[in-house]
Ligand binder design. Sequence first.
Ligand code: NI
Length: 226
Amino acid sequence: MLITIDDVLTPAELATVKDRLKRSIWAGGEITAGAQAVLSKNNRQLPEDAEHLPALRRIVLGALQRNPLFFTAALPARILPPFFNRYEGEQNYYGNHVDGAMRSLPEGGYLRADVSATLFLSEPEEYEGGVLTIEDMFGSREIKLGAGRMVVYPSSSVHQVTPVTRGRRLACFMFIQSMVRDAGQRRMLFDMDMALLRLRQSQGEIEPVIRLTGVYHNLLRHWAEN
Ligand code: NI
């Protein structure tokens, strides 16, 4: 299931993020890639010791925290501090790969990546190519969103970023351990929550809406791991 979320960042946050990225020193993108992914990864990334990285991460995590659609789509238990990447010039693509299942946490231990997310930071007209292509059960989906918008998808899906042939593509990407590890269960919960939201808006808190909301929460209680 792919879910796109509009307006994750405010225009002011986006401007701050882009300004800080402009003043950052980049490293090769292989720093967070696993043994298989590293062979196909050819981009740049902010290194862990980058001056502006803590502030950039605070902005993005704060934006996720206040976003109810992100919460219901990902049902996050833990979020690995977000990364920032750049596709431009010779370092301009990331071939087909699956994101590694286990990600080491800064404080030690591991996070299981259930959900991956890409937050677009460049407008589509700023670059050519650079399409995020994600395979799901219905085939291949091509994603190229406006700056400040995000796509959320299962970490288990094969995906790639096609070569950027002109301009610069900046993005933020992150891995999330979900309270509900099964993508099918997450999908059902998401569909139910969205349908309930629409029902509540059109019908108010009528008795069946209250009952179905109870079923949603009881399913979540049943499936959630923490
Ligand atoms: Ni990936």
